[in-house]
Each structure stands twice: as C-alpha cells, then as structure tokens.
Design a protein around this ligand. Structure first.
Ligand code: GDP
Ligand code: IMO
Ligand code: MG
Length: 421
C-alpha cells in the first residue's frame, strides 16, 4: 500500500516536516519527481536540516529511503547532502536506494538553465537554476543520461556526446560556456554516487508492496507548479501530482491509498507567475517576516498572500486528496484579521473553478475575513483547544474543497502537530 504526501500550492508547504512526522507509520519513503530544486526543511531537536534530493524519512532508524526513476539527480548536490546527513551520524549507504532509471543533471544542464532564463529576460520563470528544466527536456527528448549509465565503461564518452550537444546550443544562444570548470567536481561526485545502492527500483518496490510493506511517497514542489496542471509556463518540469507517483516509481494506481495534501494556512510562491491572492502590501510583508518566508534552496524572499480556496479546491480535485494538512497556522496568530480567497472576479463574473488563461487574465480575488483569534494557536496541543476563528477557517476550507482537514501544524518542530479527528 502506498500513501502519498504532496504540496497543494506553489511549493514549500512544509512537506518535509510532515513526512518526517508521519514516517514512523511506514517502512519506505520514496521520492518520485523533482530534484535539487526542492528544499525540504526538518528540525531534529534544534538542528535545522534541509533536504533536496534525499527523502525526508532518512532520520528514522530502520527506514529505507528510495530515490525513484522520476527524480533528476545532480551528483554534486547529492554528495553535499549525503555529507551533511552523515555528519548527523546516519549510515546513509545502509538506508538509501537509487533507481538506475533516474536521470542525471550535468554541469551543462545548469548552464542551459541559466542561459534559458537570461534569454527570457523579464519573462523568466524564476527557476532555481539547478538544471531541472533542461534535464527533463533531455529525458523526454530521448537524449538524457541515467544513473545506470555511470556504471557503463563508456560513460565518459556518452557524457562528452551530450555535453557537445549542449555546447552547440549555448553557442547558438551566445551564452556563457563555463562547463569545464565544474567537471572535476562532477566526476568526483559520480564516483561517490557509485558507492550507493543503484537498483532496478520498480522491481524492488513492487516486491516490497507484495510483501505488505507500507510506503509513503514524498512529493516535491506543489500542484500549482505541475507541468500539466500548474500555472504554465510558470511551473517546474515534472508531474508533481498524485499521478506522478505511478510513473515516477513504477507502481500501479491500485496500490495508492491515502493522499495527504499539504497547504499552508496562507499562501506563498517563490519565482515568477500568477498568484491571485498575493498581498503586495504591509500585510504580505508581515506574513513574510513572521513566517520567515525565504526559500530553503535559493534564499529568495517568498511572495505571500492569503490562502486561495479556488486553487486549493482545484488541487484537491487533481490529486484526489483524502486528507488535508494545514501548516504554519501559528503564523496567523500575529495577524489582525485573516483572509481566505473564496472566488475570483473575472470580467464581472464570479469564478470558482481555476481558469486555464490565468496568465493573461486580470483576476480580482473575493475574500472572506476572520477576526483575530481570541487565543494563540502556537501553544495549542489538542484539537479542542484550537481557537474559534481558526476553526471557522477550517470549516470554510472543508466546505469549499470537500476534503477533511486531518492535521494542523502549529510550529516548525517535529512534534508541533495537532491531529483532528
Ligand atoms: P517543503 O519544501 O514543503 O518541505 O517546505 P520548506 O521546508 O521549503 O518550507 C517550509 C518552512 O516552514 C520550513 O522552514 C519549515 O521549518 C517551516 N514550517 C513547517 N511547518 C511549520 C509550522 O507549522 N509553523 C511554522 N512556524 N513553521 C513551519
Ligand atoms: P519544494 O519541494 C518552491 C519553483 C521555482 C520556479 C519554478 C521553476 O521545496 O516545495 P525549476 O528550478 O523547477 O525550474 O523552477 O518552480 N520551484 C519551487 N518553489 N518550492 C520548490 O520545491 C520549488 N521547486 C521549484 O522557484 O518558480
Ligand atoms: Mg521547500
């Protein structure tokens, strides 16, 4: 049986923390898409750890962590992460498996990412510049290199062939070719990568499922960044949604059980693109400041606004969410009033279904406001202690999405999570 946990907004919903919390119920945690563009933050006691490619179950003794075929791996970033995790006393080689079908991010993919973004000028996506887009392009363009290729005797030749293609593109774009300087670190990291267990993960995982092992699939990014259903073209290059776990791990839909959808109790976005409920005023700044809304991967300030129930309802539908998890609820304690966008006004019409042409359309959000809570959420430990105002917000979310809120996270710490029954 596989449960999946994924983001319902534009990423950074707090997925890492929730996976780390739920991990004890599972034997395997598996990443199925994305790559080092992800930044999943966990706290072990007071120690902050940010994971990029490695699943968030890695700090649980006995857990097997799998990097699935749908993930793209940068050996250099992977190695840095491994060293960081090992410094916490984890025997990573014993608890990590990597699909031989996962694609490799080369230094030239990162150069192409930079070139593509700078060519777009003011229309840039706001990519993390980790080479994600170009690597997935090579995958679907049938030119990519896979993790299994690093074990082949002619790997260096295959690398050179692809690099030369990339250099030609960079030349045509009149972009900087600084690839050579990154090669020594790349090949060193490739050697280190070989020491990990590289496997035919689809066979291994299906075998584990047959044996009754419980798997939690950990999403990266968020539904509104999905390549098909997000705010295209301001999206990432993979399927971030529930459907992505079948192609990203090699398992059939029949195994999928619960779908945990994670949403902040407000909303953020990092990078360019539409964000209807964005607050470009002092309230937005206050959310950023109190919520410490700066990217875990790039450090960029996150754009902030109220929760968007039009987008959330759409995300619940696309993913088949069975359980909602609301994070960062404690941040709302500080706000004088709290808004929730319940519909969009487009050309004098009230819209409740997330529109296709969101990029070219002027959207005016309609809000419901809740007065300041009468007591703080940050110190709550039980469902019955949740302040009335936040309870009303939960009721609105449940009514509009049709999905129950199962957990409320009220702090970054591992145990700061309230189970609603
Ligand atoms: P992810 O990419 O979805 O895993 O999320 P990130 O780690 O990029 O960003 C979420 C941030 O919020 C991290 O700094 C977490 O430590 C923090 N966080 C998660 N849940 C809560 C919460 O309930 N309250 C507060 N204050 N911080 C939280
Ligand atoms: P986690 O897993 C937030 C955003 C980038 C950019 C767009 C495309 O931590 O939630 P890419 O590098 O994929 O080409 O960037 O997607 N983005 C994220 N935003 N959280 C993430 O991951 C993100 N991964 C990519 O900012 O707008
Ligand atoms: Mg993140």
């Amino acid at each position: 049986m596989v449960d999946v946990l994924l983001g319902l907004q534009w990423g950074d919903e707090g997925k890492g923390k929730i996976v780390d919390f739920l991990a004890k119920e599972y034997q395997i945690i598996a990443r199925f898409q994305g790559g080092p563009n992800a930044g999943h933050t966990l706290y072990l006691d007071d120690k902050k750890i940010v994971l990029h490619t490695i699943p968030s179950g890695v700090f649980h003794p006995g857990m097997i962590n799998l990097i699935g075929n749908g993930v793209v791996i940068d050996p250099v970033s992977f190695l840095e992460e491994c060293n960081d995790i090992k410094s916490h006393g984890i025997n990573l080689k014993a608890c990590l498996k990597i699909s031989e079908r996962a694609h490799l991010i080369l230094p030239s993919h990162k150069a192409l990412d930079r070139a593509s973004e700078s060519a777009k000028g003011k229309d840039k996506i706001g990519s993390t510049l980790k080479g994600i887009g170009p690597t997935y392009m090579d995958k679907t363009g049938r030119n990519g290199l896979r993790i299994g290729d690093i074990l082949k005797p002619d790997f260096k030749q295959r690398y050179q062939n692809l690099k030369q293609k990339h250099q030609q593109i960079l030349k045509n774009m009149q972009a900087e070719d600084d690839i050579d300087q990154f090669e020594p670190a790349f090949f060193e990291a490739v050697e280190a990568l070989k020491e990990y267990e590289i496997i035919a993960a689809e066979f291994w995982l299906n075998d584990q499922l047959q044996k009754g092992q419980k798997v939690l699939a950990e999403g990266a990014q968020g539904t509104m960044l999905d390549i098909d259903f997000g705010t295209y073209p301001f999206v990432t290059s993979s399927n971030t949604i529930t459907a992505g776990l079948c192609t990203g791990l090699g398992i059939a839909p029949k195994w999928v059980n619960k779908v945990y959808g994670v949403s902040k109790a407000y909303c953020t976005r990092v990078g360019s693109g539409p964000f209807p409920s964005e607050l470009l005023d002092a309230t937005g700044e206050k959310l950023r400041e109190i919520g410490k809304e700066f990217g875990a991967t790039t450090g960029r300030p996150r754009r902030c606004g109220w929760i968007d129930l039009v987008a959330l309802k759409y995300a619940c539908m696309i993913n088949g969410v069975t359980d909602l998890v609301l994070t960062k609820s404690d941040i709302l304690d500080e706000m004088d009033s709290v808004g929730a966008c319940t519909s969009y006004q487009i050309d004098r019409q009230e819209i409740k279904d997330f529109p296709y042409d969101i990029i070219e359309t002027t959207v005016t959000p309609n809000y419901t406001y809740f007065p300041k809570w009468d007591k703080p959420l940050s110190t709550c430990e039980r469902a019955q202690d949740i302040p009335r105002g936040f309870r009303d917000l939960i009721a609105l979310i449940e009514q509009q999405t049709g999905v129950p809120v199962t957990y409320v996270s009220n702090g970054a710490g591992r145990s700061q999570l309230i189970h609603l029954v």
